[in-house]
Design a protein around this ligand. Structure first.
Ligand code: ADP
Length: 452
């Protein structure tokens, strides 16, 4: 895959970024907005990029042109030569009276092709999100996520500006999660925030690289994943201390924000855990360290991690453990990772308000774990493939559900290393049951089959 060079951005605090970068900017006033957008567009025009500018709802086109013209004196020339197009929000984002992310992405693809074929270096977009209504938010956040994938390693740059007044805590987290860099105006100065959520995107980038076989790179990823895990553990600890009110009483909105933070930290932890396992599997360094574990404590600690996510989706998880289950000799952390991956998927592919059943029972010489959801389901011909590395079902991809395609192959490897088996029963549109066994009498030497 070709790796594209960096581009000058025109913004003082962030001089250059690679092609494919998707930034966001939070602004309080229209002056702040132009402070970023003017030099950004000017630089694009000077560097022979095709520029699309979607202006904020609160400003008329003529007025916007006036302001940009102050820094780009030959602006009219650029407009005449079709080097810059200026759109009102509804000319860009609204199609047949509604917002449809797919249609807009297709529009960007077309612009990109035309721009390259007419001799431009690439495309530079400045979008503005002041028009959005509350009920359009989730669709828009999904679209922003797709923009990242669409622009990846293409000659495209985008900055999306958000007026701070329209954003609540949930929206801010969505925006952070879906952009590589965030520009925020604070105390009269711009700062670049690369929040911890940004690491998700870093990991996504790594994910693309991992499709290759560069072992050195894989080792480096192992090291950086460890470096991410340590601060994450401390962030999680402090968030829980704050949530429990141990550092002072917290208000309702603070509680909401902390819960979102906790959910994101858990998500990132799972993701980093899976990447670490992948590295260990690829480098042959995965180990299984067993100890006698009660299934009650395994489930209780797993549910502590999963519950904030389930609560936020209003999904009820019914856990049923048969009486008198024996203790098992297992690797606690790795089996927890297995359960989080499987129950996490059940949550991810279920709709709000539904339920999930977790049932653990004794079956002959094994303990049987069953995780049942009433979500999207998986087509029959994919039941085997979902345990392959990086596989994602077309049906779930269509719904824009985020994922890496790592959770199940890693779960399978860990279960098999413990001497167990995993399988799925699923009907498209009805739901899935993932089942796995672990032998009551543990295997003597766990055998780990590396993932290729
Ligand atoms: P990820 O969920 O990160 O994409 P996984 O390896 O955990 O990766 O899962 C692979 C694919 O299997 C998912 O992308 C999805 O298409 C499908 N899948 C897994 N669990 C479920 C489920 N409970 N319901 C529907 N589809 C599922």
């Amino acid at each position: 895959m070709e790796h594209l060079p960096s581009r000058p951005l025109g913004i003082d605090i962030l001089k250059e970024v690679p092609w494919g970068t998707h930034l966001c900017c939070f602004y309080e006033s229209i002056e702040d907005y132009f402070d970023i957008v003017n030099p950004y567009l000017k630089t694009g025009l000077e560097n022979n990029e095709f520029c699309t500018w979607v202006i904020p709802k609160c400003i008329e086109k003529e007025k916007a042109i006036d302001v940009l013209q102050k820094v780009v004196p030959d602006l009219q020339n650029y407009i005449r030569k079709n080097h810059l197009e200026i759109l009102e929000y509804d000319e860009c984002y609204i199609n047949k009276k509604r917002f449809d992310g797919e249609v807009i992405l297709a529009g960007w693809r077309k612009k990109f092709k035309t721009a390259l074929s007419t001799g431009f270096e690439g495309v530079r977009l400045a979008g503005d999100i002041s028009w959005i209504e509350k009920n359009q938010w989730d669709d828009f956040a999904r679209y922003e996520y797709e923009v990242n994938k669409e622009f990846y390693n293409k000659r495209m740059l985008a900055i999306c500006s958000y007026p701070l007044e329209i954003l609540g805590a949930k929206e801010i987290f969505d925006v952070l999660e879906n952009h590589h860099y965030t520009l925020i105006r604070r105390n009269g100065k711009w700062i670049v925030a690369r929040s911890f959520v940004d690491m998700l995107n870093k990991l996504l980038e790594i994910h693309y690289h991992l499709r290759g076989e560069n072992i050195d790179l894989i080792r480096q990823i192992g090291i950086s994943s460890h470096e991410i895990k340590t601060p994450l553990t401390s962030m999680k600890g402090y968030t829980q201390i704050l949530l429990k009110g141990q550092l002072g009483t917290i208000t309702g909105p603070q509680k909401n924000a902390l819960e979102i933070l906790e959910k994101n930290i858990n998500h990132l932890n799972t993701l980093v855990g899976n990447y670490l396992s992948l590295v260990q599997l690829k480098t042959g360094t995965m180990t299984i360290i067993t100890e006698k574990i009660s299934l009650h404590s395994l489930i209780k600690e797993t549910m502590n991690i999963i519950s904030p996510l389930a609560d936020s989706e209003e999904i009820k998880i019914n856990v049923r453990l048969e009486a008198g289950l024996p203790q098992l000799s297992i690797d606690f952390i790795k089996m927890q990772q297995v359960l989080i991956n499987i129950i996490g998927n059940a949550l991810k592919f279920s709709s709000k308000g539904s339920s999930i059943n977790v049932h653990i029972s004794k079956k002959n010489k094994d303990i049987l774990f069953e995780i049942q959801d009433y979500g999207l389901g998986i087509p029959k011909d994919e039941h085997k493939k979902i345990f392959d590395m990086f596989f994602q079902s077309e049906s779930t991809k269509k719904k824009n559900v985020k994922g890496t395609g790592l959770g199940l192959p890693i779960a399978k490897t860990i279960i098999e290393a413990h001497g167990g088996q995993i399988w799925v029963d699923s009907t498209l549109g009805k739901g899935s049951t993932f089942s796995f066994t672990l032998p009551i009498k543990s295997v003597k030497t766990p055998k780990i089959i590396p993932l290729l």
